[in-house]
Design a protein around this ligand. Structure first.
Ligand code: GRF
Length: 205
């Protein structure tokens, strides 16, 4: 798989650890490259420490969003991944990327979709006054966080979460999210899957 990141890369680290612990045979997948939309982030440093190739494609360096999307597509395609994992990648990919990787591009989102899509899923759930939130691992389609759901994890919102703007809540979500992502990627890779409309069927389902 190619993993795309924009920040601290703790989800990436969980995948790196799973591959190391299980081996490619045991876990079912390995990371062939890590891509980012910005330089100097811990996510890229994690990849470099693990000896995994990295690439950066920054939107401002291209004349248009479509050109950036094409560059991201080509950089990713160069590694010929079977699966692309958007793990805290804070950009919406475009038509070119979807045409190439649709049906094998997954994203992790820190809310229970279809509630609270977009860049502020944690903050929005808190502001709404929801009592539970969580995370969703899903396939990416043309919409923003609208693709078929693969798995979800639930996290309770506590009264004290309103005191720090959601920082502690996001950390609790990320603990669940990392386990969920590792589990989903391993199962998709080992067992295979079919997408039937909005239903994602893993083997034996
Ligand atoms: C995750 O909660 C992801 O869902 C959100 O940003 C966070 C990324 O965390 N979009 P990390 O970079 O994997 O630590």
């Amino acid at each position: 798989m190619v993993v795309l990141v924009s920040g601290s890369g703790t989800n990436l680290q969980a995948l790196l650890d799973a591959v190391e612990a299980g081996g490619v045979e045991g876990y079912g997948a390995r990371i062939v490259a890590v891509g980012a939309d910005r330089a100097g982030i811990e996510g890229l440093a994690r990849a470099e420490r693990a000896g995994i190739p990295t690439f950066v494609r920054r939107v401002p360096e291209y004349a248009s969003r479509a050109e950036w999307d094409l560059a991201l597509t080509e950089a990713t395609a160069a590694y010929e991944p079977d699966l692309v994992v958007s793990a805290g990648f804070m950009k919406i990919v475009g038509q070119e990327f979807l045409a190439r990787f649709g049906g094998r591009l997954i994203n992790t989102h820190p809310a229970l979709l279809p509630s609270f899509p977009g860049a502020h899923g944690v903050r929005d759930a808190l502001a709404y006054g929801a009592k539970v939130t969580g995370c969703t691992v899903h396939f990416v389609d043309e919409g923003v966080d609208t693709g078929p759901v693969i798995a979800q994890g639930v996290v309770e919102i506590l009264d004290e979460d309103h005191n720090d703007g959601g920082a502690a809540l996001h950390e609790r979500i990320k603990e669940v999210e990392r386990r969920l992502l590792v589990d989903v990627v391993g199962r998709l890779s080992r067992d295979g899957y079919r997408i039937e409309g909005r239903k994602v069927r893993l083997r034996d389902e």
